[in-house]
Design a protein. Sequence first.
Length: 215
Amino acid sequence: MNWFVVYQNLPLFLNGIRMTLTISFLALLVSIPVGVLAGLFRVSRWRALRFVSALYVEFFRGVPLLVLLIWIFFVLGRFLKLSPYASAVAGLGIFSGAFVAEIVRAGIQAVPRGQMEAARASGMTYIQAMRHVILPQALRKVLPPMASQFIILVKDSSLVSVISVVDLSMVAKNLVATTFRSIEIWTFVAVLYFVITYSLSRLIALCERKFQMDH
């Protein structure tokens, strides 16, 4: 094996890592408000909101991310003039938002029902009870799976290379096409993804322990 090709192209790999993390972070910023809103709709008293939210969640959880990215870029992107990067962020954000919605729904439903009843009995409206009583308790329950969703998002971002986004996967594809060193390059890329996800998981675990100590 010739690992020198990896050493020669380290700047390209570093740029790929930067793009992967940037797209993943921006997609997370999209998925959180979308997912939280959809999660709140899932437990709403209004049937129409529950139906719309359920439709969104089930549809985007059922459609492969690869198909979604291609459709957003080649179909929707033609009308909205979306760049590959904007399409990648939108696709990942909308896709991840469906999973965030289920995390939020599960967190809210994990709060004892008596908490809502006690808040309403004290004179709070439904919205006030959700804001001041239910959501603060649900937040502690949803933070760990929400953080794990970001790690999943980083791995899912490897698919954005199909719409010409120069992330870590695209860097690897281009280098393989020019150097024909597929074993060395893809092995190195696998190690990079592992280092990124493992580092994030350790950081998340540290934050979780600190959060639990503070509470």
